[in-house]
Write a protein that binds this ligand. Sequence first.
Ligand code: ADP
Length: 540
Amino acid sequence: MQGKDSVLLVDDDPAFLHVAGRILAAKGYEIATAPDAGQALSRAGERFYNVAVLDISLPDMHGTELLSRLLVMHPDILVIMLTGQSSVQNAVQSLNSGAFAYLEKPLNPDHLLSVIARGLEKQQLSLENRRLLRELERRNRETEILLAVAQSAVQHVELKPLFESALKEITDVMDYDAGYVQTLENGSLVLQGCRGFNRALAGQFARVNAGGSVWQRLCESAGPVAVERIDGSPEPCLAWLAQNGFQSYLAVPLVVGRAVVGVMGLVSQTKQRFTRHDIALLTAIAREIAMAVRNAQLYEEASTAHALRELDAMRTELLANVSHEMRTPLAAIKGFASSLLQEDVCFDEPTRRSFLETIDKEADKLNHLIEELLTMSRIEAGTFEVRKTPRSLEEVLDSVADTLISLTLKHHLKITIARALPRVPVDIVRIGEVIINLVENAAKYSPEGTDINIEACPRDGGVTVSVTDQGPGIPADYHDRIFQRFYRLEKKGSEPTPGTGLGLCISRGIIEKHGGRMWVESEGGKGARFSFCLPAGEGE
Ligand code: ADP
């Protein structure tokens, strides 16, 4: 028998309390007595009694009232009502209020004993039912944790939220006060998530050497390691946990393939016996977490492979584009230089000079191409810098006026600058290059003798600059693509226009570095209008 069953006898008749108490004690029950309802309630407030035998007429309260109050305090208590006079009304009222039985005085001791024995049997059953129900609910909740962790393991590529939600579920539902997950990185265990740790403890667990005895045992067994008392442990991690008031510790390995790739640790502030059921559940959760770790590793490997393939494709694309553009000026330089070096041929001075001028011009082209490539790579690497000072648009256009004129000798160039344009912070050299690029394209792609207009007007406190031509224009499908590096729109059947496909990409990069935007408007066949806006400086 697990402890004695207890009976509380409540009656204002001391003789009854004495006699009934002795009879029940002789049968092995633990007895408490109370002469009135007040004392009965205070005793019941201190502990649970299996049975209460109540006289229906008490000096301070009606027995049925006491019955109701006791049932509120202890819903499982078994109450037997007693009365001196037989009254059907009392019996019905008592039973309706939740009494287990109703007995008449004078009491037949055997009758009392058999009613108590029967009631206790029923009580045991209902207590056991309730325990089973609680256990079932707990198992359900645990299954839910496992399901939730399994689901997030397949959904999340991000591991931290997964670790944190798993630890939250475990510590909320199971008897653990705190937990953490560490994964193995270059010989160290690195903290990936924790719950119930203060900042100092999380700091201690942030990165620890994977050489401790718990880790070794995890690796050897690839199974859980339970430490029921951690105080006095020589292992630093366990000592830190003990210093923070934790008493027992369970480590579950995260196993991928045959390798242990991390650990999930759970701690409790009380001495804990780890049940086989708990260990099995936590092992299953750890298996899901390990699978997510493996998925994340695979994802990273795949992304790296993808990035490498992209880099490789970019390199091939760059070589194909650049080598073609370099070959033309190089061939010219090589050809004219070789001619000049021929010892048996003597060139007159004007021819010699024109050869040298061509070499000079082609070398400039090469230089320009190399500059463009360098700028491009700086923009892409995010290391491209601009030096901004407040300038007016007149100043910017003046700085490139000679180049613009020489580029548009065969076109009609018109420049319109709105009055009272604000000064804007710009890198004058770089914005000059953007305008040159747009005007050079306008001249390159539109027929001789047509108009090229540069306009500057105010916009949202800053300025917008547009370059409009009367060339073939650009179909809407290509309005974004022409700003991609190396992208060129070649017209079928016509002479290819020289170019690298870098100009617009670099120009947009420069404008964006100024906090501005660049775009094109064009209806195929009706010319193109390239615009960029530059924001006002702070406080302007
Ligand atoms: P590139 O001129 O060296 O080819 P860009 O990056 O400056 O390189 O231009 C990309 C492409 O956009 C050009 O190849 C051309 O097809 C198209 N493009 C640019 N400007 C114009 C324009 N004003 N009119 C028509 N097409 C243009």
